[in-house]
Ligand binder design. Structure first.
Ligand code: PLP
Length: 463
């Protein structure tokens, strides 16, 4: 939504350019023009305006894919006109989704089954909401069976979760028990989870690669603690793992690290296809441990597209291209291809860390990285802050976000660099060069400003 302030400063009209080659009268910006225009003209206006946007290749803020191979792009374009929900019309597209769900369930070490249960979504947000809805239903059924009150379910998460968890709690009327962050500890603490759960906890949320620092919650420890609680008190509390970022990294790089369906309480997992699944925006995956984790009455069957179709999604129509592009990547790269890419990304991230450490200005927030995410803060005596450096880097085109951590760690201000497949060692060197250049410049400006202030102060006293 455009804010009123922004709208007030925007001119209301688009004025003719290119020597009136394309159109001669201004056209409204916020109302549909009475008449259309030549396609070239419409293209040019929009194309030119979008040049103001950042360059996706220099976008180190986002976890989301900014580069794909030409063959993938070709498949994307070829399938742009297929509505994914029309599975009776496009049965192969539906089958491809099934194949990907199976591949990913196996990647997450689900036990052998005839049929794995999961779905493609628009992204991890939709996948998380659907996963948690399933847990809400299961919780209610279990409580109903026991003749107990089911009206006050809660979820227990750390403050390291993505905002979608809070959205879920609000939109679907569930109590959110959010464990605050600690200074110098930005992941979930098992003992805190133990203190927060009770018999109304419908699910514990754990993150494999937090949005804030890319760190991993101690999922195996949480699982073991929940098993103890199950034995002691009979509370059978499931875990939903938010593997939006880590789901395509950890299985390839650290296959012995247990975070997935090998753990008994992990009943559902989301992964963003459009993050380290290496697909352009518009695809996420929700996976259940087995059929019983998705209550049958949440599945809707529709027949108005010809044939009966089962759906478990929040929206109905959606594009097919990104699901197909995910299948392309899995076939094209195979396990070894993903492993190679992730290894390379980690190695570039570690290189950035080692070089940044050589500069006098910074402290690395998460030194022992598991995901290719570099987070750094600026030392107190640096003479500038993360926001100033982020703004300077933006002038060169780099998009490196600066932000502070949630409550209790809110005085930690950091810069985050997400290293993706297309961020090469050469780009790392250019970025390092620019970081040093701007850091030096900001420090110099600060010293000059302090010196001038001191001089003026002295001058005032003398006068
Ligand atoms: C850990 C985590 N969970 C969920 C999300 C939301 O994912 P999506 O943008 O795919 O909806 C993000 C997005 O960055 C994330 O980092």
């Amino acid at each position: 939504m455009l804010s009123k302030k922004r709208r007030d400063i925007e001119a209301q009209l688009v004025y003719p350019t290119y020597g009136e080659r394309f159109f001669t009268k201004p056209i409204p910006k916020f109302d549909i023009p009475e008449n259309g225009m030549d396609p070239k003209a419409a293209y040019q206006i929009i194309h030119d305006e979008l040049n103001i946007d950042g360059n996706p290749s220099l976008n180190l803020a986002s976890f989301v894919t900014t580069w794909m191979e030409d063959e993938a792009k070709q498949l994307i374009i070829e399938n742009l006109n297929k509505n994914f929900v029309d599975q009776d019309e496009y049965p192969q597209t539906g089958l491809i989704q099934e194949r990907v769900v199976n591949m990913l369930a196996r990647l997450c070490n689900a036990q052998d089954q005839d049929e794995y249960v999961g779905t493609a979504t628009i992204g991890s947000s939709e996948a998380i909401m659907l996963g948690l809805l399933a847990h809400k239903w299961t919780f209610r059924k279990r409580k109903e069976k026991m003749g107990k009150d089911f009206s006050k379910p809660n979820i227990v998460v750390g403050a390291d979760v993505h905002v979608v968890w809070e959205k879920f709690a609000k939109y679907f009327d569930v109590e959110m028990r959010m464990i605050p962050m600690k200074r110098n500890d930005y992941t979930l603490d098992v003992d805190d989870v133990r203190s927060a759960i009770d018999e109304n906890t419908m699910c514990v949320g754990a993150v494999l690669g937090t949005t804030f620092t890319g760190q991993l919650d101690p999922i195996e420890d949480i699982n073991n603690m929940l098993l103890e609680v199950k034995n002691e008190k009979g509370w059978d509390i499931p875990i939903h793992v938010d593997a939006a970022s880590g789901g395509f990294i950890v299985p390839f790089l650290y296959p012995n690290l247990k975070w997935d369906f090998r753990l008994s309480q992990v009943r559902s997992i989301n992964i963003s296809g459009h993050k380290y699944g290496l697909v352009y925006p518009g695809v996420g995956w929700l996976l259940f441990k087995d059929k019983t984790d998705l209550p049958e009455d949440l599945i809707f069957y529709v027949n108005y597209l010809g044939g009966e179709e089962a759906t478990y999604t929040l929206n109905f129509s959606r594009g097919s291209s990104m699901i197909i592009a995910q299948y392309y990547n899995l076939l094209r790269l195979g396990r070894n291809g993903y492993k190679r890419i992730m290894k390379n990304a980690i190695s570039n991230a570690k290189y950035l860390i080692s070089e940044i450490k050589k500069l006098d200005y910074f402290e690395i927030v998460n030194d022992s990285i598991k995901l290719p995410v570099v987070t750094l803060s600026v030392l107190e005596n640096a003479g500038f802050d993360v926001y100033e450096l982020s703004a300077k880097l933006r002038q060169r085109g780099w998009i490196v976000p600066a932000y502070n951590l949630p409550k209790n760690a809110e005085d930690t201000h950091i810069l985050r660099i997400v290293v993706k497949e297309n961020f090469s060692r050469d780009m790392a060197d250019i970025l390092l060069h620019d970081i040093k250049l701007f850091a030096d410049e900001l420090r110099k400006n600060e010293r000059t400003r302090v010196a001038t202030t001191d001089k003026n102060e002295t001058h005032k006293h003398i006068c």
